[in-house]
Write a protein that binds this ligand. Structure first.
Ligand SMILES: Nc1ncnc2c1ncn2[C@@H]1O[C@H](COP(=O)(O)OP(=O)(O)OP(=O)(O)O)[C@@H](O)[C@H]1O
Ligand code: SF4
Ligand SMILES: [Mg+2]
Length: 325
């Protein structure tokens, strides 16, 4: 049972490896990731392309079965549940995808798409249709449009349909994998507003995956920064954005333009050298060391653990030389 002290979602030492092609090493897409999400909160998950954000999200909603570690939802370890045992939990754990159009079946009407999760759970077609119309209204679409097809909607509208589908079964946790990255900037704000309103009205918890740090800054309560399959920093949004402790977080944030023109002119930019290494062959020691401006000898030998550090008790950083100011 859920108690007030127990998080809705706990991810512990989660790992997800994909078999390497032919005789190459396995791809350690997610490697020992630990975090939690409380009921009604938003945890942002950020990092460069290929760092394992989507794999983390897909493993949590059990589209993938983890190779190690655990995913505990509402006090229950769901890491290795069978598809059948997962079925009732599918109501509670839903996912919104990046590309709204490609995640909606072009040959199905919106009524069918949105009610599909309900039909899977055993609802009648008539009930599903009625609920689909209600959901259309909830996400700001015209209920009378439920017999239209996805291509008849704009990108932003299509993402509203994706959100309606995710909400059909009344979930408590929604993993949103780059839900606005494919949309025009003006439309992004509308979808973010919608997600915030739905969170307030329905008490949803979000794992909000994004590579755009300004979007994450807007929506999340806490933020986790991933690099090469691992979390390198996690903490309250205000703290992390005001005083990033990990050199990678500092570099990511230094690339975000500031709204204040004076601050923007004096913004320190940290350019990272090269691309992230392959998760099939991560560097020894701290996997960030080949690109880190602060790397020392120990960084090449010893992987830093993710541990509590100044400036806050809830802040964890994986670095031998975290920034403390
Ligand atoms: N099904 C798969 N089989 C093999 N490798 C995979 C598979 N899915 C992901 N990977 C690899 O795992 C790593 C992490 O991928 P993932 O899609 O989780 O990253 P991401 O952070 O979501 O990136 P992006 O920002 O581009 O969406 C990458 O190296 C990717 O190539
Ligand atoms: S442990 Fe060393 S290489 Fe890694 S982030 Fe910290 S300073 Fe940089
Ligand atoms: Mg992704």
């Amino acid at each position: 049972m859920m108690t007030n002290t127990e998080p809705l979602l706990s991810v512990r030492d989660l790992a997800m490896s994909f078999p390497g092609r032919r005789r190459s090493a396995p791809v350690r897409a997610v490697d020992s990731v630990t975090f939690h999400v409380a009921q009604g909160e938003t945890l942002g998950l950020v990092g460069e392309s290929g760092c394992g954000k989507s794999t983390t999200g897909r493993t949590i909603v059990r589209l993938l079965e983890p190779t190690a570690g655990s995913v505990t939802y509402d006090g229950r370890d769901i890491s290795h549940l069978s598809q059948r045992a997962l079925k009732p939990l599918r109501k509670e754990l839903q996912m919104v995808f990046q590309d709204p159009h490609s995640s909606l079946n072009p040959r199905q009407t919106v009524a069918r798409i949105v009610s599909d999760p309900l039909l899977v759970q055993g609802s009648s077609a008539a009930d599903g249709r009625k609920r689909a119309a209600e959901l259309m209204e909830l996400v700001g679409l015209i209920p009378e449009h439920i017999d239209r097809y996805p291509h008849e909607f704009s990108g932003g509208q299509a993402q509203r349909i994706g959100i309606a589908r995710a909400l059909a079964t009344g979930p408590r946790l929604v993993v949103a994998d780059e839900p606005v990255s494919a949309l025009d900037v003006s439309v992004q704000a509308q979808i973010v507003n919608l997600m915030e309103r739905l969170q307030r009205e329905l008490g949803l918890a979000y794992l909000f995956i994004a590579h755009d740090l300004s979007v994450v800054k807007r929506v999340c309560d806490r933020v986790a920064v991933m690099y090469l399959g691992r979390i390198v920093e996690i903490g309250a949004k205000e703290e992390v954005y005001a005083a990033p402790a990990h050199p990678y977080t500092r570099a990511l944030l230094s690339a975000v333009p500031l709204p204040d023109p004076a601050a923007e002119r004096s913004r320190e930019r940290i350019t990272l050298l090269g691309d992230p290494p392959s998760p099939a062959a991560p560097p020894p020691g701290c996997t960030f060391h080949p690109r880190c401006p602060k790397a020392q000898e120990i960084c090449r030998m010893e992987a830093p653990a993710l541990r509590n550090t100044a400036p806050g008790p809830a802040r964890q950083v994986a670095c031998h030389f975290p920034e403390t100011a």
